[in-house]
Design a protein around this ligand. Structure first.
Ligand code: ZN
Length: 212
């Protein structure tokens, strides 16, 4: 999914004098204002006046996962519990930005683990997904990072993470079929070593749109 930027080096219209006062302390907004001009737009027309600030705020929100320590989230939510049966949390919605195009990819994350008498609050599993999704990502790495974070802190018998996602960078550029779904998985411990465990997990997932 490589880009094809072929902008010539023309300098954007305007400059510091054109910057909205609100952008003064927001370098990202100033850069987006320049980008709008570079794309052939007029950053001074009414509909775009607040766009740089809005885009800057949105990007900071979409990437707020950088400022969150996932170790702290997980560590404080672990409970001792006599439980060694599979725990499965399906259909965790997420929205992320593809690091190649800064365009959204989004979908569902499914997490299963087999506790070794330690469990984690289910809402924290969803929070872990959020932390990794709100960074610039590739789907494969995000899948692995979620699995490794759970494995590292919970030390379960096994962890399985499956992500199904649609990538706007592909859909909008017509690279693949419009409804194509990318599926990635990471299997650790028993999910990796034991075919029966893996099959149980996949059958519990049931209605995945794409077959494995
Ligand atoms: Zn992309």
């Amino acid at each position: 999914m490589s880009g094809s930027g072929d902008k010539s080096g023309t300098s954007p219209k305007g400059g510091k004098d054109d910057m909205n006062k609100n952008d003064k302390n927001d370098r990202a907004a100033a850069l987006i204002r320049e980008l709008l001009a570079e794309l052939g737009e007029d950053p001074k027309r009414e509909g775009l006046l607040s766009t740089p600030r809005r885009v800057s705020e949105a990007l900071r929100y979409f990437t707020q996962g950088y400022g969150v320590n996932v170790d702290e989230i997980v560590a404080e939510a672990i409970f001792e519990e006599k439980q060694e049966e599979m725990v499965l949390l399906k259909d965790i919605d997420f929205y992320s930005l593809c690091e190649h195009h800064l365009v959204p990819f989004f979908g569902k994350c499914h997490i299963a683990y087999i506790p070794d008498n330690r469990i984690i609050g289910l809402s924290k599993l969803a929070r872990v997904v959020d932390v990794f999704a709100r960074r610039l990502q590739v789907q494969e790495r995000m899948t692995r990072e979620i699995a490794q974070a759970i494995d590292h802190h919970l030390k379960p018998h096994g962890v399985a993470v499956v992500i199904e996602a649609q990538h706007l960078c592909m859909m909008m550029r017509g690279v693949e079929k419009q409804n194509s779904l990318a599926t990635t998985s990471t299997m650790l411990g028993e999910f990796k070593e034991n075919a029966a465990t893996r099959m149980e997990f996949l059958s519990l997932l049931g209605g995945l749109r794409k077959a494995y």
